[in-house]
Design a protein around this ligand. Structure first.
Ligand SMILES: [Zn+2]
Length: 330
């Protein structure tokens, strides 16, 4: 079901703009400026046990590798909906589900919204996303044929859910859509559908922040995760500035293998021409089980995931609260 809700939101915001005038620019030193836009204290809310439980369920054999159109991914979808419901996220469409057809199957993106608190900025959107589908059953290895996709991408899905929980309790000025995509593994199909749909509804998209394969840490880097399309925008630089530490950096292999074009951020870049990028900690040396039946929960470093989610949080809070759109394409 796809309800055309944005027209009314836009119409309302236009009227509001007419009556309210401009918001004030924040200025001043870096630290005070950061304090004024970043009020994250993630240590209180990001719980390692919740990360572990969600990740373990999403990558369990019960979900059969979460292939689009199967009973297994249906269970994942219901789990995501239950988290959205429990934390009072608004369904962006008539329901949390945004459905599409792909190769004779029905896929569902899940879209939950935290509405911004600022009467004007709430009409600007940030998308925080990850794909939750995987490749289902594969060639058996040692009697196991379920590709559990713990790193790819139960880890990113879990991170998006944790961020949704955080923001649902502390809504920022801009609105945030938490989106879990299906059919990524079939060619970014879910993200393409949603990007087109949101574009046709006139969504004012500020940025898109996508999360892929963050279950295993990198070693020997001075940053915690790399961002794809590093030099396409100043997103990494600004998020690091809001965080007050080098959380996101440049990985040469990401450029070499064109990772910017290979995940769900890309359709949003194409449709909206705004900063839309993916972060990851899979660096081609730290995990042997990409699209392998051994990509399992037991191989995930949950403590690292918690540290990373906490580290990216102040950057996202900053992005969602600055008076102006500071993150721009280069
Ligand atoms: Zn993936």
């Amino acid at each position: 079901m796809r309800k055309k809700s944005l027209f009314w939101l836009s119409a309302f915001s236009f009227l509001f703009l007419l009556s309210c005038g401009q918001v004030k620019e924040v200025s001043g030193g870096d630290t005070s400026r950061r304090d004024s836009i970043v009020k994250a204290s993630p240590k209180d809310v990001i719980l390692e046990k919740e990360i572990s439980d969600a990740l373990e369920y999403l990558s369990s054999d019960e979900l059969q590798g979460r292939e689009t159109g199967t009973d297994g991914i249906e269970k994942a979808a219901q789990f995501i909906e239950s988290v959205f419901e429990e934390h009072d996220l608004k369904p962006f469409f008539g329901t949390y589900r945004d459905s599409f057809e792909v190769k004779g199957r029905t896929g569902y993106n899940l879209v939950g919204m935290v509405e911004g608190t600022d009467p004007v900025l709430k009409n600007e959107f940030i998308i925080v996303g990850a794909h939750y589908d995987h490749v289902g059953r594969q060639k058996p290895v040692g009697g196991d044929d379920i590709a559990n996709g713990a790193n790819d991408n139960a880890s990113g899905t879990t991170a998006v859910l944790e961020l949704a929980k955080y923001f649902s309790a502390r809504a920022p000025k801009r609105s945030v859509l938490f989106t879990l995509f299906s059919a990524e593994e079939m060619g970014l199909v879910g993200a393409k559908e949603l990007a087109k749909e949101l574009k046709s509804e006139g969504l004012d998209l500020y940025t898109m922040f996508n999360i892929e394969m963050i279950g295993v840490p990198m070693t020997g880097k001075e940053y915690k995760a790399y961002i794809t399309g590093y030099d396409i925008s100043n997103m990494a630089e600004k998020l690091n500035e809001y965080s007050g530490q080098p959380v996101l950096g440049f990985l040469p292999e990401a450029k070499q293998y064109s990772l910017f074009q290979r995940s769900d951020n890309y359709p949003f870049f194409q449709e909206f021409n705004v900063p839309a990028q993916t972060i990851s900690t899979f660096d081609f040396t730290n995990y042997k089980y990409y699209h392998h039946v051994d990509d399992e929960f037991e191989k995930m470093d949950v403590t690292h995931m918690k540290d990373l989610i906490e580290a990216i949080l102040p950057g996202l809070v900053g992005m969602a609260n600055t008076p102006g759109k500071e993150i721009k394409l280069n």
